[in-house]
Design a protein around this ligand. Structure first.
Ligand SMILES: CC(C)(COP(=O)(O)OP(=O)(O)OC[C@H]1O[C@@H](n2cnc3c(N)ncnc32)[C@H](O)[C@@H]1OP(=O)(O)O)[C@@H](O)C(=O)NCCC(=O)NCCS
Length: 188
């Protein structure tokens, strides 16, 4: 690489790292739980509002370009060893159990726009939030979307590119849009 570009790159990386440390320290002071074992990739955004709460277990990893959005009144909680890959969006009251894997480009948002009125633009009608619960040891395949109010049971698998509109039983393998049960995982 051109030496000037290489120097600029190092500068950007170190500035990002200084900013990251300041953001994490401020979030801790505000009562969020971000253990030292938390691993955040480059350009991960921690958008936690003053009256929202983010609680991470030990060894949580979030890869580059993912976005965690916790607005006022939201509670986002990740168990130990939760892994969130790159370019994911997790927004609102979302609880993810320990050992769960979220593949790249997954979207988990707890809110819908209200669309009841015909005489008012959708953007002015407000929203409805319904918490999302994802169990322990779940694997969510790449580019999937998990809709508001959904509960995914422990040890379930969501196939790539699925839209999960309804609750998923524990140990189920689901896929498709809308996601349907393909089969159950064998278990003791
Ligand atoms: C869901 C998954 C685990 C199922 O694997 P599997 O048990 O080996 O399933 P099979 O390949 O035997 O497929 C069984 C049926 O489900 C269908 N199917 C499998 N995955 C599907 C998906 N993601 N969406 C829609 N249908 C799917 C298959 O077409 C097949 O249908 P058919 O019986 O009509 O031919 C896998 O297909 C998958 O989506 N993995 C996620 C990969 C990923 O996101 N990796 C990111 C890195 S972590």
């Amino acid at each position: 690489m051109n030496p000037l570009l290489a120097m600029l790159h190092r500068l950007f990386v170190s500035m990002e790292s200084i900013e990251r440390k300041a953001v994490v320290a401020a979030l801790r002071r505000a009562g969020n739980v971000l253990p030292a074992s938390l691993s955040l990739g480059r350009r991960v955004q921690l958008d936690v509002h003053a009256r929202g709460r983010l609680v991470c277990g030990e060894r949580v990893s979030v890869l580059q370009d993912s976005w965690l959005m916790v607005e006022d009144g939201d509670a986002m909680e990740f168990g130990d060893d939760v892994f969130i890959s790159q370019h994911c969006t997790v927004s609102g009251s979302v609880r993810i159990g320990r050992d769960t894997l979220i593949a790249a480009y997954v979207t988990i948002i707890d809110a819908n726009h209200v669309i009841e009125r015909a005489d008012v633009p959708i953007r002015l009608q407000g929203g409805v939030k319904r918490p999302i619960r994802i169990g322990e040891d779940v694997w969510i395949g790449a580019s999937s979307v998990i809709l508001p109010g959904v509960t995914i049971g422990d040890h379930a698998v969501v196939g790539a590119n699925s839209t999960v509109t309804r609750d998923v039983p524990a140990w189920a393998i689901v896929a498709g849009s809308p996601a349907r049960v393909l089969r159950m995982r064998e278990h003791p």
